[in-house]
Write a protein that binds this ligand. Structure first.
Ligand SMILES: NC(=[NH2+])NCCC[C@H](N)C(=O)O
Ligand SMILES: [Mn+2]
Ligand SMILES: [Mn+2]
Length: 333
């Protein structure tokens, strides 16, 4: 029987919590409150208790972005659909600006050899986190935990919400698209499709299915989790992104909390039933901690304002915090 706390697998336990309180990648205000709520829940101290030295790294002025978002809503009839040059990507200027700020903060952290734990905000912020991590670890594999594939291009997106598009920007899939928003041209877009694996998918748009298939991206849906079990799936995912080394090598995890079933994590913008159980969702990151290869983590899409009951807020925030702690070495025994 393997024993011992998983945090012993991390050699250098220095971490920065990057705050990414951004909501412009989708239309529902409140997701910018995620970082504040998780900190209020005691996340930083509980990470220190696992033997990490921690510090806070702000990435942006939340008020500024929220202000712009509110202004835009007030001035637009029928929601927040702002189109530039006939492209349906909404708020591309805001997303470009915010993700660049996140990129700068995470770059600072990784270049100082610290572990970046980025708290969102909506999932568009991963454009910044993953780009910064790849600068430092070009060989890193990316595990994307999500109900959604978030790989729509600015042409395929059905909603225009850029939190449904970060992976396409990371892979440079919008580069040749006419009208690619100027604001997102800073993104290197050099993530190889071979270096990504999804876990938890169950709501993938038709255009996204085609991209996943055409590019041969490793994608494990809930069907695969049910069929093979979560441990086999996570091991297959690690091998998919590091085939030459049998799954060993640096791994970044971008964790959208809607990968977990809304029974457990109800306060999120685009919930989809039939997801991971809370234990599967936590085991996944426990297993990554055990590998000793996790180099960066995002926890995104907690939106306390979408809770109908107070209990939904605490369920969501405590689960979000548990995901971070388990990834950083917390064990049950
Ligand atoms: N990060 C997320 N929760 N993304 C949801 C995306 C939903 C849908 N596929 C879209 O493109 O709009
Ligand atoms: Mn999602
Ligand atoms: Mn997502």
């Amino acid at each position: 029987m393997e024993t011992g706390p998983h945090y012993n697998y991390y050699k250098n336990r220095e971490l920065s919590i990057v705050l990414a309180p951004f909501s412009g990648g989708q239309g529902k205000l409140g997701v910018e409150k995620g970082p504040k709520y998780m900190l209020k829940h005691g996340l930083q101290t509980s990470i220190e208790d696992l033997g990490w030295s921690t510090e806070l790294e702000p990435s942006m002025d939340e008020a500024q972005f929220v202000g712009k978002l509110k202004m835009e809503k007030d001035s637009t009839t029928g929601g927040s659909s702002v189109m530039t040059d006939g492209v349906k990507a909404k708020r591309a200027d805001l997303v470009g600006e915010a993700t660049k700020l996140v990129y700068n903060s995470v770059s600072k952290v990784v270049q100082a050899n610290r572990f970046p734990l980025t708290l969102g905000g909506d999932h568009s912020i991963a454009i910044g986190t993953v780009s910064a991590v790849l600068d430092k670890y070009p060989d890193a594999g990316l595990l994307w935990i999500d109900a959604h594939a978030d790989i729509n291009t600015i042409e395929s997106t059905p909603s225009g919400n850029l939190h449904g598009c970060p992976v396409s920007f990371l892979m440079g899939l919008n580069k040749d698209v006419p009208h690619c928003p100027e604001s997102l041209k800073w993104v290197p877009g050099n993530l190889s499709p071979k270096k990504v694996a999804y876990i938890g998918l169950r709501d993938v748009d038709a255009g996204e299915k085609k991209i996943l298939k055409d590019l041969g991206i490793a994608a494990f849906s809930m069907y695969h989790v049910d069929k093979y079990g979560i441990n086999a799936v996570i091991e297959m995912a690690m091998k998919a992104v590091h085939p030459e080394t049998n799954g060993e090598g640096p791994i970044m995890c971008s964790y959208d909390v809607d990968g977990v079933d809304p029974l457990y994590i109800p306060a999120t913008g685009t919930p989809v039933r039939g997801g991971l159980t809370l234990r599967e969702g936590l085991f996944l990151v426990e297993r990554l901690a055990e590998s000793g290869d996790l180099i960066a983590l995002d926890v995104v899409e907690c939106n306390p304002d979408l809770a109908i009951h107070d209990i939904h807020v605490s369920n969501t925030i405590s689960a979000g915090c548990a995901i971070a702690r388990c990834a950083l070495g917390e064990t049950l025994l």
